[in-house]
Design a protein around this ligand. Structure first.
Ligand SMILES: Cc1cc2nc3c(=O)[nH]c(=O)nc-3n(C[C@H](O)[C@H](O)[C@H](O)COP(=O)(O)O)c2cc1C
Ligand code: SF4
Length: 653
């Protein structure tokens, strides 16, 4: 019997039937060809999700005006009939798996800059600096052109044209991006729209731009083509649309010809409300969808952190929403729908909402991927692994995530793999990384990798320290060394013995004090997460960091939220500061050429890591073993680097 009968029931949207209630949420994936047409990799990325069982695929942010209407490095476009041929190939690649193909049309408006628009001045409803258009630290806002009434009408026509190109390309519908502070949202929101013409002022006028687009598209494409919209349920900025206005907008979109509504939340400055971190619960935007569902009769969906099939099934069963939208859930595991359908829940690779490999990379101008799923964004080359013609006996040393990933891949392609771990459990640093606030999802990932080792037939030996003799006795044809890293403990700081190590706090060997003064030397990700642990117990925190900024490697959405938290708790942040001396109850550092001493009940050292196991690598190489060195022992880095290293090592051994 089907375990999730509601999630896997059909849904009528417009005149079309979806095979289940799972729609892939759009992800502007930065992988198109240079001219903005979908590359074969873009096609493979979405086709994989269709193959994985989703009922419909939304392809993220296609600019209706190019390049003036695009943002960042996302070059997807639907402004020209030249796109039709390639988009058609993409549509067919998705539809062959029984999924509908729904490109998302958008115009960035002011949510871009002249670098992204290739020199064109970005456009906006009203030329003003506003909170909701806060641009991330990777982008700066520049001069903008306020649209005239005539120009506004021309952009309405561009949306309509773009929808017809999508229809020509064989798409099943379009999704209009009316949220997340892009142009349609900029017209809707009083925060960004203070026009005095027919497109500004009253709600009626602010909605006009969106409604004219929907009405125009409906006229152009006929009744069978799906028109959906991603709409704001709450904007999370001051001067925003009220919730009542959002509901009224939903009603009017239905009346104008929309077939479904996908309720989102947040503007650009409230990014974590759009793409939630681990601090948020599943379905954090549900309350807005609930209200909108009561106001309209077309299908309504929600998105955000939907990771658990049972939870999703209940949302449908209880009539809270008609469908669920998933982005990171299926970036991390495109086969989430199929595995849920077949009741193989333990096999679902669980997204940890870190944003580092997906949105973080997109922001850094790299293609979308995933810290736990190296095949994401590389489906074309890594999607289907060939069995090896020459199976080997392979030993992997170290059961952290790099070692586990290498073992999984090597075993899955036919090698005989033994994984040796010196401690009594797998996971390595994941065991520490899961300790700080809101990081417990990492435990799920750790368990998935450990279980996947078993599923793929890896022989796992715990409590097995490794030296040259161990390897000789196993006589492997390939050795993968993933021995990880240890914290740096030696520094030219007087009185270093008075400090405790951040790792000892994470391990639970040193208790987090309560309502004390804590100074942390180091301002990297680990140091900042230890600071968050200290704040949870109402400690007063001072951070002393050599570099110009805290947690430079941390993904932007997490960083923004963390800095807000530090500000709220008056964390004393000292950058470009060098610690000189530690006593039992103080730390002295140099900042701006001045020596500063702060009193502290606990001084924590968290200044990075050094590779562990380099001697063994040397010995193995001298003995003539084929050695592959991966993860932190190669260079201390992040989960993303560890899994990618592991994947390639397992493949190439
Ligand atoms: C890499 C990435 C790119 C995204 N691009 C878009 C986009 O182009 N359009 C959009 O409406 N939402 C976009 N989103 C938001 C997602 O569609 C989704 O609503 C959000 O991530 C929450 O769902 P999730 O928890 O399943 O990821 C993006 C999210 C990610 C992670
Ligand atoms: S990179 Fe992190 S947030 Fe993004 S899909 Fe992968 S696990 Fe999820």
């Amino acid at each position: 019997m089907q375990q999730f009968p509601y999630l896997f029931s059909e849904l009528k949207i417009g005149k079309r039937i979806l095979k289940n209630r799972i729609i892939v949420s759009p992800t502007g994936e930065t992988m198109p060809n240079f001219d903005g047409s979908p590359s074969s990799q873009v096609m493979a990325y979405y086709a994989e999700k269709a193959k994985g069982g989703a009922a419909a695929i939304t392809w993220g942010i296609l600019a209706v005006e190019f390049p003036r209407g695009k943002t960042g490095d996302v070059k997807n476009r639907a402004d020209t009939p030249k796109i039709v041929k390639d988009m058609n190939r993409m549509a067919e690649g998705i539809q062959r798996y029984g999924a509908l193909f729904i490109p998302q049309l958008f115009h960035a408006g002011a949510m871009t800059n002249s670098e992204a628009t290739e020199g064109y001045e970005p456009v906006c409803p009203s030329n003003k600096e506003v909170e909701s258009l806060y641009i991330s630290r990777y982008r700066k806002q520049g001069p903008m052109h306020e649209l005239t009434t005539q120009e506004t009408k021309e952009i309405v026509q561009k949306f309509i044209k773009a929808a017809t190109y999508c229809q020509m390309a064989g798409a099943d519908g379009v999704n209009l991006h009316c949220a997340h502070a892009y142009l349609i949202n900029q017209f809707l929101s009083p925060d960004t729209n203070s026009r005095t013409d027919e497109y500004g002022g009253s709600l009626e006028n602010r909605m006009r731009f969106a409604l004219e687009i929907v009405e125009g598209i409906r006229k152009a494409v006929g009744p069978d083509f799906i028109i959906g919209a991603r709409i704001p349920g709450r904007e999370w900025v001051s001067h925003s649309m009220t919730e009542e206005e959002c509901i009224e907008f939903a009603r009017r979109m239905e009346k104008a010809g929309c077939d479904y509504l996908d309720v989102s939340a947040g503007m650009n400055m409230s990014q974590a409300k759009i793409i939630e971190t681990g601090a948020y619960p599943q379905a954090s935007k549900l309350e807005y969808a609930l209200k909108i569902k009561q106001a309209v009769s077309i299908p309504v969906g929600t998105n955000g952190m939907l990771r658990d099939p049972d939870f999703c099934d209940n949302l449908i069963k209880e009539g809270k929403v008609d469908f669920v939208m998933m982005a990171r859930t299926v970036i991390c595991d495109p086969y989430w729908p199929q595995k849920a359908y077949e009741g193989r829940i333990d096999e679902i690779r669980p997204c940890i909402s870190c944003n580092d490999g997906c949105m973080g990379r997109v922001r850094r101008r790299q293609h979308v991927s995933c810290v736990l799923n190296p095949t994401a964004g590389r489906e074309e080359t890594l999607g289907k692994l060939q069995k090896t013609d020459t199976p080997k006996k392979v030993v992997v040393i170290g059961g952290g995530i790099a070692g586990m990933q290498a073992a999984i891949v090597a075993s899955s392609i036919g090698h005989k793999v033994t994984l040796l771990e010196k401690t009594d459990k797998l996971g390595g640093q994941l065991n520490l990384a899961s300790v700080p606030p809101h990081k417990d999802q990492i435990n799920k990932a750790k368990n998935w990798f450990a279980n996947e080792c078993v599923r793929q037939g890896v022989t796992v030996k715990l409590n097995t320290p490794v030296d040259l003799q161990t390897i000789k006795s196993l006589n492997p044809q390939g050795v993968i060394v993933a021995t990880g890293a240890l914290p740096i403990t030696k520094l030219p700081i007087e009185g270093l013995e008075n400090a405790v190590q951040s790792w000892d706090i994470l391990k639970g060997d040193v208790a987090v004090p309560e309502k004390k003064k804590v100074a942390i030397i180091g301002g990297g990700i680990v140091a900042c997460e230890v600071a968050q642990m200290m704040l949870q117990k109402q400690n007063e925190v001072t951070i002393i960091e050599m570099l110009p900024a805290l947690a430079g490697a941390l993904e932007d959405i997490h960083l923004t939220d963390m800095l807000i938290e530090f500000k709220e708790h008056n964390v004393d942040i000292n950058v470009l500061s060098v610690a000189k001396k530690i006593t039992k109850d103080s730390v002295t550092f140099v900042k701006d050429g001045k020596e500063i001493t702060v009193n502290a009940d606990m001084i924590v050292l968290s200044v990075g890591q050094r590779p562990e196991g380099t001697d063994l690598i040397k010995q193995l190489k001298e003995e003539g073993y084929k050695v592959s060195v991966i993860g932190d022992v190669k260079k201390p880095a992040k989960i993303y680097n560890a899994t990618l290293d592991g994947f390639y090592a397992g493949l190439d051994i």
